[in-house]
Design a protein around this ligand. Structure first.
Ligand SMILES: NC(=O)c1ccc[n+]([C@@H]2O[C@H](COP(=O)([O-])OP(=O)(O)OC[C@H]3O[C@@H](n4cnc5c(N)ncnc54)[C@H](O)[C@@H]3O)[C@@H](O)[C@H]2O)c1
Length: 451
């Protein structure tokens, strides 16, 4: 099989004038070199990435920046435990990250801050000529999404959104099955974020999770910032874990694209009920009016005439599931019942079959090769893969497997769903961030066994 590197070289030549790959000094390194990394935001997610980065011999953590001492202290504990050199520590208020970006010894940054900071930090980092890996949600408005695209194109600096679910082992096995036509022609897909986050949204830090009913300044970790989004906004606030893998399976921005979107939201009950249950009717937060509907359902239509259904469901008691479904002319996979049915191949007609044997058979080459390296990494190992892809691309200074067009296309679902809901479920046009190049680009995500 053609390696990803060869692929990028050939597509770079074929797609002259469009590719993000700049020429010259930016591409003079090879995979043996060390990547000098800066961390912007070392809260709970930043610490996950930090821990994995510290395990590697090809990464030097040069600087870390945050605005909370408690998070910086936990991050430093990880550094001390690793025995690695102490990085430069920057605690200089909300704009202190700009000092980190001035450090010429830093090649690349990992941004793991609240969503509302991502665009400004990504823009500043690309302008400072850093290779950027940003946690999920890059661009909270369509204007921000375009600004990220234009800045990446102008500076030649890649932006990878660190969407880890694309690397989940079963998801990658299904991707292999899709590529080998096991499901036939794809017709309909589903996913989303169906995760009871009540204990995350109200967390005062006295226990790992679920202390009290506070958020904002009295909250800990995501309760400090994420909950406020549920007060102010009504839309699919967290689409990327569901859509990332489905977009890769349907070749979005690479021969296919999202064309239209519609969203509906239910009433909002879960967040208020939780506050009353835990804090009583007289708790001041019981008066907060949450705008976010408990379940937001979004339907996306693609140029190849598939439908993709996404659900955001984070405020009601329920077990976790992304709720994947991949269905084509020959068969179907659903993750909630861990089952597959392939016409003519499944043991019994019309009956679900346990999916595991299929996953073993179609295990992705990346997992076969690196599964043991990923053991113990977060979210069943997929966190290792997403960070590895970022580090390997940044070391070689080549386009990352998930690029700026993916980052903004997946993130744009939020503002588009907010608009659709505001207009009573009206259909909204999906912007084409590739400006027509989706017709010519090829899918280079996880095509080999390298990264
Ligand atoms: N991919 C995943 O599986 C996954 C899991 C968890 C979180 N996330 C994402 O990671 C990001 C961070 O989430 P988290 O759970 O770590 O939240 P967190 O609140 O624990 O961490 C955010 C950190 O950013 C710091 N910060 C805020 N403003 C800053 C600024 N101006 N400069 C520097 N630091 C600043 C905070 O002090 C905090 O330490 C979010 O985008 C979230 O959606 C992704």
């Amino acid at each position: 099989m053609k390696s990803r590197r060869d692929f990028i070289k050939t597509t770079a030549a074929a797609g002259a004038g469009f590719t993000l790959l700049p020429s010259g000094t930016l591409f003079d390194k090879d995979k043996e070199s060390k990547l000098r990394l800066g961390f912007i935001g070392v809260g709970l997610r930043g610490q996950n990435h930090l821990e994995l980065a510290l395990r590697r011999n090809d990464v030097e953590v040069v600087a870390m920046c945050d605005i909370q001492q408690v998070m910086m202290d936990s991050a430093m504990e990880l550094v001390n435990k690793s025995g690695k050199t102490k990085p430069q520590l920057i605690m200089d208020g909300p704009l202190g990250y700009k000092r980190l970006l001035e450090n010429k010894d830093i090649d690349a940054v990992i941004i793991a801050t609240p969503w509302e900071w991502h665009t400004a930090m990504c823009l500043d980092a690309m302008n400072a000529k850093k290779y950027v890996g940003c946690e999920v949600i890059t661009g909270m408005t369509i204007e921000e999404c375009w600004e990220l695209v234009h800045t990446s194109e102008r500076t030649g600096m890649p932006l990878m959104m660190l969407e880890n679910v694309c690397y989940r082992r079963d998801v990658m096995a299904v991707l292999s099955m899709v590529r080998q036509n096991i499901f036939g022609e794809l017709i309909h897909l589903q996913g989303g974020y169906q995760h009871d986050l009540l204990e995350v949204k109200f967390n005062n830090g006295t226990q790992p999770y679920g202390g009290g009913v506070e958020f904002g300044e009295k909250g800990f970790s995501e309760a400090r910032w994420r909950t406020q989004h549920s007060v102010n906004r009504n839309g699919d606030l967290y689409p990327t874990h569901g859509i990332g893998p489905l977009a890769m399976m349907t070749n979005i921005n690479r021969g296919n694209r999202f064309t239209q979107l519609v969203s509906y939201a239910t009433k909002s009950r879960g967040l208020h009920n939780y506050i009353v249950k835990k804090g009583g009717e007289n708790h001041p937060n019981a008066k907060v009016n949450f705008k976010l509907g408990d379940i937001v359902t979004t339907m996306i239509h693609t140029a190849s005439e598939e439908t993709i259904l996404l659900q955001h469901d984070t405020n009601l008691p329920r077990p976790y599931s992304i709720g994947f479904r991949v269905q084509g002319t020959n068969g179907i996979w659903m993750d909630v019942n861990k089952s597959i049915y392939i016409d003519g191949q499944s043991k019994e007609a019309h009956r679900w079959e346990e999916a595991q044997a299929w996953f073993d058979r179609y295990d992705h080459p990346l997992w076969k090769k690196y599964g043991s390296d990923a053991a113990g990494a977060g979210h069943g190992g997929m966190d290792w893969f997403v960070l590895n892809a970022f580090i390997e691309s940044a070391k070689r200074k080549i386009a990352p497997p998930q690029d700026v067009y993916d980052a903004v296309t997946w993130s744009a679902i939020t503002p588009l769903s907010e608009s659709s809901i505001q207009m009573g479920g009206a259909s909204v046009e999906f912007p084409d961030f590739t400006k027509g190049q989706w017709m010519y680009r090829k899918n280079n995500f996880a095509i080999g066994d390298d990264y």
